[in-house]
Design a protein around this ligand. Sequence first.
Ligand code: FDA
Length: 304
Amino acid sequence: MTLLDRAIVRLLPAVPKPVVRFFSGRYIAGSTLDDAVHAVEKLNGEGMLATIDVLGEEITHEDEARTIAQAYRDVFEAIRQGGLDANVSVKLTALGLELSYDLCRKNLVDVVRHAASDGNFVRIDMEDSSTTDETLRLYRELREAGHANIGVVLQAYLRRTLDDVHSLADLKPNVRLCKGIYVEPPSLAYTDAEAVRASYVRSLDALLDAGAYVGIATHDEWLIGEALTRIEERGLERNAYEFQMLLGVREARARALVAAGHRLRVYVPFGEHWYGYSLRRLQENPAMAGAIAKATVGRVLGRA
Ligand code: FDA
């Protein structure tokens, strides 16, 4: 990334929302559940699985958190009616984690129970490091309470992640492993790209050693190669792991993995609360910085 790109990425929060919306269109299924259903139908048609996320991390009231939990009931209903091959991903802040742990737990249990009644599965996304302890605590509490249809996410950029793998091992967890996207201080997270990759590989090995089902969530060709080597060396069955990618990112690579016989799940976010998610996606797409700069300057000049 050039210095100018980096500067633009830092300034993204100042970019007008309509510009952000325009450029992030490829990453989001749309505003409505119907939009998500259409996106999943298309993915399923191409042999891909999906995980549906009701966008909602910017909520500030208990009612909003409950509304998000209820929105997941509608998602399960749509999955059932449409015969879709999809599970769901939830953000605990969307279910009220920042308001109250107990409220969040209640909403999460509600979603997990609905999933279970349909034989479906809930992935708890991982957010910034202020939420890691509580997220892992909730995951353990629910697993120990007998909810088997849940998984969690670990972020390779966090220095603690290998320890987290070891402390989750007794649960034989279902873990999505990703690099991590939030801005964290160097005391908590590796900031060097190679160190993050190395941590990813260490964590992947430890998870596979622990008998975890791993969602290998990355678009990084080097990491995909490392994962494929391990799958081959360990003789893993096709249903013992899956690759995961984000909607709108490296679609051709996703198709190639499917053609090679791997399970591939695409993260499909939808809803009105699209802003935070969109910013993160644009910030990690270096090619987007210049285009956004041009569009923003264009708008400003147009207004002038
Ligand atoms: P990297 O960022 O190096 O990207 C590798 C290549 O992929 C890039 O060179 C580019 O070609 C392409 N690419 C990546 N992002 C792109 C984009 N936005 N637009 C265009 N091209 C792009 N994080 C988190 O903290 N908590 C979570 O719960 C999740 N959940 C999650 C689910 C799934 C299914 C995925 C794939 C990812 C996440 N993430 C996440 C995000 C993750 O932490 C990470 O930020 C992104 O996956 C980008 O990291 P890569 O491993 O893809 O490498």
